[in-house]
Each structure stands twice: as structure tokens, then as C-alpha cells.
Design a protein around this ligand. Structure first.
Ligand code: SF4
Ligand code: SF4
Length: 77
């Protein structure tokens, strides 16, 4: 699937009301390398066997996973 098409299917996984920003995750772009899990400063990410589970209570939208993911599975918008 082209990245543009896959990104159109990204789901909101975390929202910060104070900023109005949202973290979106596209499971179709995730190949479960685990890189994002290692860089999250709040342990908000975990591998599930079918992508990534995100704890939207502890996530601060710090952007580390967005910068780290080699396929662009995360976006903050
Ligand atoms: S945005 Fe930051 S805090 Fe939230 S899941 Fe990604 S790395 Fe963790
Ligand atoms: S860094 Fe990207 S491809 Fe790797 S596990 Fe995280 S979301 Fe999936």
C-alpha cells in the first residue's frame, strides 16, 4: 500500500486537549521492529503482535516515536 494511502487510514490514538494535537498510528505501516517502544520516554508504547498499543494517558505527544519510526507509522497533527 502506498504510504499516502496508508496514512489516510491512520487512527487517532492519543489526544492532548490542551494543545489540540493528536497522535495518529497506522498499523498498516508497522512491521513491529520495536524501535518506537525503546525511545518512548514514558513507556507509553508496547508491541502487541499486531502492531503497537499506545497508552494515551501517559503519552505526552513528545514526538520521539514519530521521529524514530522508519516507515512513518506515527504522525502528530
Ligand atoms: S509521542 Fe512521545 S510519549 Fe507519546 S507514544 Fe510517542 S514517544 Fe511516547
Ligand atoms: S518504529 Fe514504526 S514500524 Fe517499528 S514498531 Fe514502531 S510503529 Fe512499528
Amino acid at each position: 500500500m502506498p504510504v499516502e494511502e496508508a496514512n489516510a487510514k491512520a487512527k487517532v490514538v492519543s489526544t492532548r486537549k490542551a494543545t489540540g494535537k493528536r497522535l495518529l498510528f497506522n498499523v498498516g505501516l508497522c512491521f513491529e521492529c520495536g524501535a518506537c517502544v525503546g525511545v518512548c520516554p514514558h513507556d507509553s508504547l508496547a508491541l502487541t503482535g499486531r502492531g503497537i498499543k499506545i497508552d494515551n494517558v501517559t503519552c505526552t505527544l513528545c514526538n520521539a516515536c514519530v521521529r524514530t519510526c522508519p516507515t512513518g507509522a506515527f504522525q502528530i497533527r
